[in-house]
Ligand binder design. Sequence first.
Ligand SMILES: N[C@@H](CC(=O)c1ccccc1NC=O)C(=O)O
Length: 300
Amino acid sequence: MYNPRCKDLDRDYFPSYHTTRFQDQPEPNLAILEHFVRVTKQHERDLTEKQGITVDHMRYGGGRQLVDMFYSDRTSNHAPLFVFVHGGYWQEMDISTSCSIVGPLVRRGYRVVVMDYNLCPEVTLERLMSQFTDFLNWIFDYAEMTNVQEMTFAGHSAGAHLLAQILIRPNVISPQRSKMVWALVFLCGVYDLRELWNLESVNPKNILGLNERNVESVSPMLWEYTDVSVWNSTKIYVVAAEHDSITFIEQSRHFSEVLRKKGYKASFTLFKNYDHFDIIEETAIDESDVCRFLRNIQIE
Ligand SMILES: N[C@@H](CC(=O)c1ccccc1NC=O)C(=O)O
């Protein structure tokens, strides 16, 4: 157990129950999600309507396998790429709620990629993970074709879980490709699914398609990680929010330790004052702590 004192796993695995905001509302957990969706959708609209940012719509496969690529007239042809993978427990959210991070990074010279993916139950989690590796292949092909030299990937929550696959797919990520990856940022993720797969709150009617047998193979905490040395030029940041549940915080801390023990350059940071949602909402604000953190990654 990641939180030995936990009495209610359903609650510990439901991020919206752990915010300290909206406590004057009858159901703060619903209010915070509503707020998250409203604010992030506004961020997405502002990019093109108010901030002079251009978006190219692309796709790496069928259905929701979509990519939005953001840049401005000041973005150089070989600008570094920043790739964001959204969360939503593999079953909700989409590009329209996942563009908060774009503006400040485009202003710092990045071309920013926000990707979408097919959701459960339309696909099982295993299938979704395999489609995510298709995306990785697609984005590295794109980077090679356009002579990109430097890439950073960030994933939030379930998106951080998906992103972990980048470390164990040598067939898709050659040593040459891993050398292009400047940093991996894992924000508020879950990396061991053994406790959550049979929770009705997280996995109603088992829409993720998990069972005792396959749950270990979809848990990054339990993977082998063999080709560690090819990642020696990549910095790995595992981040949790102060107002996430203890279970979530300990999952991140543990994951960073697993990676460090394997030999990766991984650190753990607990972000004060943030919860699971405003850590994303505030990526839209140039002077926020989370933005400053993302900026510092580049100059460390
Ligand atoms: N229904 C969940 C929402 C949730 O988990 C979530 C929502 C937006 C972005 C990330 C999320 N969590 C993990 O992927 C909750 O109420 O906490």
